[in-house]
Design a protein around this ligand. Sequence first.
Ligand code: F6R
Length: 358
Amino acid sequence: MTIRGFDLDNVDALYRLDSAGTFTSLGGLPVQCAEACWDLAEQVGLPEIEAISNIVVTGLGGSAIGGDLLRVYAAGRISVPVVVNRDYVLPEFVAPDTLVFAVSYSGNTEETLSAYGEARAKGASVIAVTTGGKLGEAALRDGVPVIKIPGGIAPRAATGFLFLPTLRVLQKLGVLPGKVDEITEMIELLKNLRKKLDPETPAEENPAKQIARKLHRRIPVIWGSAGTTEVVAQRWKGQINENAKAPAYWNVLPELNHNEIVGFQFPLEILNQVHVIILRDEHDHSRVHKRIEITKDIIKDVADGYTEVWASGNGALARLYSLIYTGDYASVYLAALYGVDPGPVRVIDHLKKELAKQ
Ligand code: F6R
């Protein structure tokens, strides 16, 4: 099937466009998750911390999204707050009873290095999550425990490595209930889902290819729901930006019913180009389900259209990752439709290089 110049079922062409092996990394996600949970997390020494009053995950971009996954997952399960920090500085409340995960895939992100320094200065318990770099060196020098993750893939392709060990550490510290079954279910679900999403599965049976076609030459707006799919909406947006090199925007219900939805009136010629993805989870609040139905009605004649994508699986992790996996693949197919290599993120590299000079 030829789709506006790029045939998504031309498997050879898909792989040829993908210089950095994005499809290979995606296909490897179930194995990555297993390795992250059962190997990496087992190796790390636990910090000596008597009582944890709050948890901070500090990182940027692909290294920060795991923090949001942890925040959403932990919210209904533990009694201390999890805060994600995407900045050079840490919140004032950080103190010796704070557990800080300093997460940087490369280990060289300046904001994360700065926040790591602050965490140390404030006497917080720190765990570094990195492939190495300056963060790895600093942690080694400071005697800070390191979750050492394998290199060679893009940070955004490493959510398993970047997120799951932090979850396991909290389980091992007794902060989070140790639900290993949920992790096993998630890994099995990803293995099955991969067969539906990978390049070898033709577009008629491949939901990710179908979503990419809907988003092609449109402005993607991704809506999630507070407490469940909000982090997935953010993830889809980032993946479309970085893989497809295209704009995308995200928001969360019920909040968007109190502002963004009012903006679906002008300018019509731009709103006509907006395709809304509504991420759905059976576990969304019952009132949110009702809100979504009314909201769909409000946008249906204004936007280009909307597509609902439902989470699958029983446990929270499986449901989260089922949607993340679908969005990850869709963003790479969207890159193909634009004829762009999903791997390199030259703009980010340029920014980092320029900043390093100053
Ligand atoms: C690149 C990516 C970026 C990086 C970010 C921070 O794939 O996803 O968003 O994650 O620039 O870099 P690291 O992860 O090395 O700290």
